[in-house]
Every structure is written in C-alpha cells, then in structure tokens.
Write a protein that binds this ligand. Structure first.
Ligand SMILES: [Zn+2]
Length: 291
C-alpha cells in the first residue's frame, strides 16, 4: 500500500488522575480519588508495558494537576517515546471560561509540564469533555500549539480549525477564517469512558453497562471502514487508562493494535499526523457565510 493511502491509527489516552473526578463529577471523597489513583498505580504502567511490547507509540493527554501529582510516571511516558498533550490544569472544560481564565488554565498546564518534565512543551491540546470556547482555537495558536483534537466536523480526516464563527438566529451560520491549527477529529462513539464507567453524581449519570466486547466490535468496524473508505485518513481512539486499563478490558487495546496491523495501518501519534497533513493540506479558507 502506498504510504499516502495508509490509515493512521492514533491510540490516545486521557490520563486524568484525580482532578476529573473533582472538576467534572464534583466528587472529592476517597473512593472517587482512588479511581483516579488506579490510573497511575495500575493502568498507565500496564498500558506502557503493552505499548512497549507491541512497539507502538501513543499520545497521553494529561492535566497539569496530574503532571504535578505523578511527575515520575509522566516522565516515564515521555522517556518511552510517547507524546504528551495539554488537557487543562484541573481538567477544566474551556467552554464556560472567559478569555482571562482560559489563558490562566493554558498557562498553568504548560507551566506544570515545563516544571516537572524538563521543559517539555506540548504541541497538541484536547479539551476535557471535548468542548471548546469561542476563544480556544485562536489562543491555541497564540500559545504555540500545532493541533487540537476535540472536534467532530470530520470522522477520519484532519482539517483546519477556524476562529470567529457565529450563529445568528435570523440568518445563516457564519464561518470564520481557517487558521493554522490542525484538527485531528474525535468522536464520542470512539471514547471508552462514557460507555464503560458507572458514575452517578448530581447532573451526571453513566450506567457503564456496555459489554467491552460489543464496543470492541463497533470500534474495530469503524477502523475497518476508515481503512477501506478513507485512504490516508486518521482513526483516533480516545481511551482513559482508568477505564481501559482495568482487568480484561485492556485486551481491547491489544486487539485494536492487531487489527490496525492487519489493515496495513500505521500506529502513530496525532502530532505526527497533524504535521504530515499540514504539509499537503488544502489552502486555508477565508471567512464566509453559509456553506
Ligand atoms: Zn479528560
């Protein structure tokens, strides 16, 4: 298969640690904290062992709070050749932050990595809960990021992000200009947390009742589809170590690696995909009204 036609498979792991339980679920008692601790104590080391054995590189999106809490493990992730991306400081979703607060969040996450990981500077950002504010993309450019991986306007192809979109109620949607920030798209349907974890707290209820084998079938069906129908595309799977690294579920990751290889796909990181795509990407579009 021509390199240009190969599917890229990105195995991405949102290593949230304790802070997502506090920020998203508003749970601070010992058992939710232990669910976050499990990721660092068991799941990430188990995943690193698997990735090393299979000789594949992955991306870990990590809040600054988790970097500060588990600096040695985060250092090990880098030492083993994986990518680390920005994921907020305290797992803050930017959608409700004003610009000053969003800047503070970005700076705090960057500072934690610089402080704890020998000056490491991430090139990618994934927002907690896959949502952005209207300022996010322009701020990511300003802070030197090369790509975002939180949006869903494509399923298996990167695209240029925009800034300045608006949605008036009395006329067509207005598309802002495309900017030099690559989107490596994601999807809730390719995310393990919402489907496998039992969570109940005010405003949040996740039954966590899916069978991992059924999910694996759906996820591998999408991988097959992308390999067959989207030459040169990218398949981005969002895992969470505390979810997929618990017990037998980790077999899903092994089977995904196996299927990617059977399909002739390249398992790589979103930073590699974004850089490669940007080199041959279509020209960026100016602002326009309507499609
Ligand atoms: Zn997260």
């Amino acid at each position: 298969m021509d390199q240009a036609d190969k599917l890229s498979v990105c195995l991405t792991f949102d290593f949230d640690g304790m802070c997502s339980w506090g920020e998203v679920m508003n749970q601070y008692s010992p058992t939710p904290m232990s669910r976050g601790e499990f990721a660092a104590r068991v799941a990430v080391p188990r995943l690193l062992k698997l990735l090393a054995r299979e000789q594949v590189k992955a991306a870990f999106f990590i809040p600054g709070h988790t970097v500060d809490t588990f600096p040695e493990l985060c250092g090990q992730i880098l030492d083993e050749g994986h990518e680390i991306g920005h994921h907020g400081y305290f797992h803050e979703g930017p959608v409700n932050l004003d610009e000053a607060a969003e800047r503070q969040m970005l700076e705090a996450g960057l500072a934690a990595m610089e402080r704890r990981l020998d000056g490491y500077v991430p090139v990618g950002y994934r927002s907690p809960a896959f949502d952005l504010s209207n300022n996010t993309t322009k701020l990511l450019i300003e802070y030197g990021f090369r790509y975002d991986t939180s949006m869903m306007a494509q399923d298996f192809e990167p695209y240029w992000c925009r800034t300045g979109d608006s949605m008036p109620r009395d006329r067509a949607y207005e598309f802002g200009p495309e900017i030099e920030l690559v989107e490596v798209p994601v999807s809730w349907s390719l995310d393990d947390f919402i489907q496998l974890e039992f969570v109940t707290s005010p405003g949040v209820f996740l039954p966590g009742a899916h069978n991992p084998r059924d999910l694996e079938t759906r996820w591998l069906d999408d991988l097959d589809f992308a390999a067959e129908e989207v030459p040169g595309g990218v398949y981005t799977m969002t895992f969470h170590p505390e979810v997929i690294g618990r017990g037998a579920r980790i077999r899903v990751v092994e089977n995904m690696i196996r299927r990617a290889r059977e399909r002739g796909a390249e398992i790589t990181t979103p930073a590699v995909v974004a850089e490669r795509w940007a080199k041959t990407a279509p020209a960026r579009q100016k602002a326009r009204v309507g499609a």
